[in-house]
Write a protein that binds this ligand. Structure first.
Ligand code: AMP
Ligand code: GLY
Length: 430
């Protein structure tokens, strides 16, 4: 099949590697490492919906796989559909599940899907008055729109909550995304990421995963896009899986249909297993990054066929070996300073010309922010998150150890990574 993969991060590299060599794959913009597995178009951004649609048409792509949330929120899927090109990824309306916290919270309330109690504000003074009445802290403040995964503030006390309101609603910290905010109850418990592929009616559940969002070990430091993942998530027990299916997955898919915006693509359920049952922390309308790097290598079935059937609304009766019984771990190596200011253009040592590790061919090196320099055949850093080093093994411990062994073979100036990816999962406590 001829496929165009929209995006240029570790997630898209994982999608492309899992699709495999039997397909003809293009990627826009792609990145240095992706270029080893696909033909890239670095000048066409993921958010350039006209450019992406034009490219898909000119390539004669049979399927476009849309990686990032912002392209979906801008309506790339609808644009492709209008041009007669099948796309894996929800319509702009369905992508509101992620692109508007107010939409998703209201949907959950209307359809009785368990989530944190919340109130919506479009006025800073009203939000402040509400915060003055709160008795319990921390409280959680969320910008309505997309904010690069940074639109959530856990305010430890009243003063922090009040200043978050000023920053989001008055100082424009997240631009228009902060015109409305959701203030919600703080929940606690292990976090679980669950991935469900759906054509709007039928579903195929992939592996669960656990992310590590903070920059530093033991969950310290700033929130990032994700510093590492493991799969499956040991907190996703059989009984929680059942509860999630009955109370969250099925009702969400039915609700989207009832609202006139059936969801076709992958729903990433960000869940928390609270003492009060499993609750939705957030929905995403795409694969996670770096969750894709651990769940896709576990998928036993035919990935391209799964994506194609989804795009064509033909998942009825389709079963796809969703997990091969192994475990995976991904350690993200990032530029010094990420997620704040960082430098790029640093030479990455340890990679071969294909961007992989010669001595460890079983380890998958997914490129998130790299550039390949033809002149010397070397890779250079080109982003905050640079590589996602993923290993697969029969036990979680072996996968984690192997991933760290591989990280030890790679270096660049300022390289940083967490040393405790998977530690909580191994200990089995939160
Ligand atoms: P989100 O961008 O919605 O995934 O939120 C980022 C992170 O904030 C989540 O992964 C949680 O760790 C945390 N978070 C979000 N909402 C809540 C909540 N209601 N209670 C506790 N933590 C939360
Ligand atoms: N790793 C979290 C995300 O993709 O949103």
């Amino acid at each position: 099949m001829k496929l165009l993969v929209t995006g240029g991060g570790g997630r898209e590299h994982a999608i492309i590697k899992r699709l495999g060599k039997e397909h003809e794959i293009f990627s826009a913009p792609g990145n240095g490492g992706i270029a080893a597995d696909a033909t890239i178009f670095p000048e066409i951004k993921a958010t350039d919906v006209d450019g992406q649609a034009k490219l898909a048409k000119s390539l004669g792509a049979e399927l476009v796989v849309i990686g990032p949330d912002d392209a979906l929120a801008l309506g790339l899927s609808d644009k492709l559909l209008d041009a007669g090109i099948p796309a894996f990824g929800p319509s702009q309306n369905a992508a509101r599940l992620e692109s508007s916290k107010v939409f998703s919270k209201d949907l959950m309330k209307k359809y009785n899907i368990p989530t944190a109690e919340y109130t919506v504000f479009d006025n800073a003074n009203a939000a402040r008055s509400y915060i003055e009445t709160l008795e319990k802290f921390p409280t959680v403040i969320k910008a309505d729109g997309l904010a690069l995964g940074k639109g959530v503030i856990i305010a430890e006390d009243r003063a922090a909550a009040l200043s978050a309101i000023s920053e989001i609603m008055e100082d424009g910290k997240f631009g228009d995304s902060g015109n409305r905010v959701v203030i919600e109850e703080f929940l606690s418990g292990p976090e679980i990421s669950v991935f469900v592929i759906t054509d709007g009616i039928n579903t195929v559940e992939l592996s669960s995963a656990m992310d590590h969002k903070r920059a530093g070990d033991n969950d310290t430091g700033s929130n990032t896009g994700g510093m590492g993942t493991i799969a499956p998530n040991p907190f996703y027990t059989e009984s929680i899986n059942k509860e999630t299916n009955e109370r969250i997955i099925k009702p969400t898919i039915t609700a989207m249909r009832a609202e006139g915006c059936p969801f076709s693509g992958v729903i990433f359920f960000g869940l928390m297993a609270t003492a009060d049952g499993v609750k939705v922390i957030e929905y995403n309308s795409r694969f996670g990054d770096p969750e894709a790097q651990v769940i896709l290598p576990l998928l036993a079935g035919d990935f391209a066929e799964l994506l194609e059937k989804t795009a064509h609304g033909k998942l009825a009766g389709y079963t796809c070996g969703n997990n091969d019984g192994n475990y995976t771990a991904c350690v993200v190596v990032a530029s010094g300073g990420y997620p704040e200011k960082y430098e790029t253009g640093k030479l990455i040592s340890g990679l071969n010309t294909k961007g992989q590790l010669d001595e460890m061919p079983d380890v998958m090196v997914f490129h998130a922010g790299t550039k390949f320099q033809e002149a010397d055949g070397k890779y250079y850093t080109a982003g905050g998150r640079v590589l996602g080093i993923t290993a697969k093994a029969e036990t979680l411990k072996a996968a984690i150890d192997r991933a760290y062994e591989a990280v030890g073979k790679i270096s660049f100036e300022g390289m940083q990574y967490r040393k405790d990816i998977g530690k909580k999962a191994l200990l089995g406590n939160n």
